[in-house]
Design a binder for this molecule. Structure first.
Ligand code: NZQ
Ligand code: ZN
Length: 377
């Protein structure tokens, strides 16, 4: 089997690396738009600092701070109109996965409304602005991949878009930026990282010893470091380990050595956050045990290896549930305000929006998905 490893992003990782943003940006562009959320980066002072650094390096800057969690297509298009109107040549995503994905969308939407890329193969008319990403949450790993998750709020369609234009030229991963993240989004982010790994680990037909080793080590890094961070939010060593795991987990790094798997739990989670606007990490945590039990008959040995090699226990599902409880993420759908009556609709939506469900080792059709939702209620 031939594997192509293509990651055209310069990743600068480490405490204090944010200081390099001005220089890196100046090498790429002249007019930058900063894409971020409405509260956290202003409140922490990071937005003013970054804006000041960019201007000090000779950049013209603009700020677009309207990105909501689970970013909407309408928000992306509004940001793109603003950027186009000002002749922007560089888009900088500063924030969690929502801000980084919106920044990716704004790069493409500089040519066409973003939803056009969902509905059809649209050729990108160059020139489009360049992209720099600065994650402030250890979760999505958007800084090291070519994916973006955008939601049409009118149809509650939450879609994964892929494009070569979504690879940042430069990503600056500074774990210091995650120190201000409170417990809940930290735990949600940790579960997201764990799922990026465990879904591929459990669904892959075959995994080479090398890929197994990478995934098990990265999962252990998350399962050990997340409780440490939740116990002491300013533990920069543990935060740094989480940031490394986040950057690796949803990128090609995680499947080096051959053997890929598919993120099928993500496929059935996206309708939940698309319909109910819940946090992505909560949606994953609530469905994970039932998704695992549904998958177990086809992957008995792999679940045993998960238990043994990640948690040091024979029962991989039981150990995962204990870990979710330990990090405050043992959840039920009804506690997230999700009603039974929408489950059929969401199951149909999952089948429509996640074609990769066909790679699940056991048939994951609308009936099976609905059953997993009901078992998570
Ligand atoms: O909105 P602001 O004011 O910025 O506050 C954010 C937001 O409320 C806050 N926050 C971010 N950094 C902070 C901080 N608060 C204090 N200190 C900081 N350093 O945290 C909240 C959550 O932010 P968000 O970006 O929504 O979280 P996350 O990073 O978990 O991203 C979730 C989004 O990423 C998508 C999800 O679907 C969801 O839309 N994903 C993107 C992926 C990708 N591109 O590869 C893969 C993932 O599987 C995921 O689907
Ligand atoms: Zn995710």
């Amino acid at each position: 089997m031939i594997t192509t490893f293509h990651l055209p992003t310069k990743i600068i990782f480490g405490s204090g690396s944010l200081a390099q943003l001005g220089e890196e940006a100046r090498r790429i562009g002249r007019k930058a738009i900063l894409i971020t959320g409405p509260i956290s980066m202003r409140k922490t002072g990071v937005l003013d600092r970054v804006d000041g650094d960019l201007q000090a390096s000779g950049m013209d800057t603009l700020i677009y701070d309207k990105v909501e969690p689970n970013p909407r297509a309408a928000t992306v298009d509004e940001g793109a109109r603003l950027a186009r109107g000002k002749g922007i040549d560089l888009v900088i995503g500063l924030g969690g996965g929502s801000a980084m994905d919106a920044a990716k969308g704004i790069v493409l939407a500089s040519a066409e409304p973003i939803w056009h890329y969902v509905e059809a193969e649209v050729e990108v008319r160059d020139p489009v602005p360049s992209l720099i990403l600065v994650p402030t949450v250890a979760a999505s790993g958007s800084e090291a991949n070519d994916g973006a998750v955008i939601t049409s709020w009118e149809t509650h369609d939450k879609r994964v878009l892929n494009s070569p234009y979504f690879f940042a030229k430069v990503s600056i991963v500074d774990p210091d930026l995650t120190l201000t993240l409170p417990e809940k989004p930290t735990a949600q982010g940790g579960v997201d990282i764990f799922c990026h790994l465990v879904e591929c680990y459990l669904t892959a037909q075959r995994l080479s010893p090398l890929t197994c080793g990478i995934m098990e080590t990265a999962m252990r890094t998350v399962t050990e470091s997340l409780p440490q961070v939740l116990a002491r939010l300013d533990d920069i060593e543990a935060r740094t380990r989480l940031s490394w795991a986040s950057t690796i987990a949803c990128s090609q790094f995680a499947t080096l050595g051959g053997g890929a798997g598919a993120m099928t739990l993500h496929g059935i989670e996206h309708p939940l956050s698309g319909y109910y606007d819940i946090a992505h990490g909560d949606g994953l945590a609530v469905l994970l045990p039932a998704w695992m039990r549904y998958t177990l008959p086809e992957r008995q040995q792999r679940f045993y290896s998960l238990g043994r090699n990640v948690f040091g226990e024979a029962d991989g599902i039981g150990a995962t549930e204990k870990w979710l409880e330990k990090v405050g993420m043992k959840l039920r759908l009804r506690n997230l305000g999700i009603e039974l009556e929408h489950m059929e609709q969401m199951a149909d939506c999952a089948v429509k929006t996640a074609p990769w469900l066909k790679y699940h080792p056991r048939l994951l059709d609308a009936a099976a998905i609905k059953q997993i939702y009901q078992n998570s209620y």
